[in-house]
Design a protein around this ligand. Structure first.
Ligand code: FES
Length: 130
């Protein structure tokens, strides 16, 4: 079973869904994984009904972080902000579906952390120095 999940992870890594940036996003946030310095940015366009019309992620990182970001964009596309807020760490780990050590768990959860930063309107960090 692990093999199937590995294949899915590799497919998301090689063919990331919703990769790029949005012009004039309503929500955006960027953060890094302190262990490796890899960064992920997530842009959202939320409509007047509070639903996520468009989502893009950008950044560099390992296969786990990139696949997790790609999967996350598919999970939240068309969902409301409230639904996206309710996503848990376990939802992400379940979607990845393989056993991860503590270092890799940080990789896997970085996109969710960035998404929550965007939703809760934390100050954007991508235009700060460093
Ligand atoms: Fe950097 Fe995984 S090694 S995000």
């Amino acid at each position: 079973m692990d093999d199937l999940y590995r294949e899915i992870i590799l497919d998301h890594y090689r063919n990331p869904r919703n990769k790029g940036e949005l012009e004039n996003p309503t929500h955006t946030f960027q953060d890094d994984n302190p262990l490796c310095g890899d960064r992920i940015r997530i842009d959202l366009k939320v409509n007047g009904d509070g639903a996520i019309d468009q989502v893009r992620f950008n950044g560099e990182g390992c296969a786990i972080s990139q696949a997790s970001a790609s999967m996350l964009t598919e999970m939240i596309s068309g969902k409301t902000l409230e639904e996206a807020k309710a996503l848990s760490k376990q939802d992400i780990l379940d979607a990845l579906g393989i056993q991860l050590g503590p270092v890799r768990i940080k990789c896997a959860l970085l996109p969710l952390k960035v998404l929550k930063g965007a939703i809760y309107g934390l100050p954007a960090t991508f235009d700060e120095e460093g």
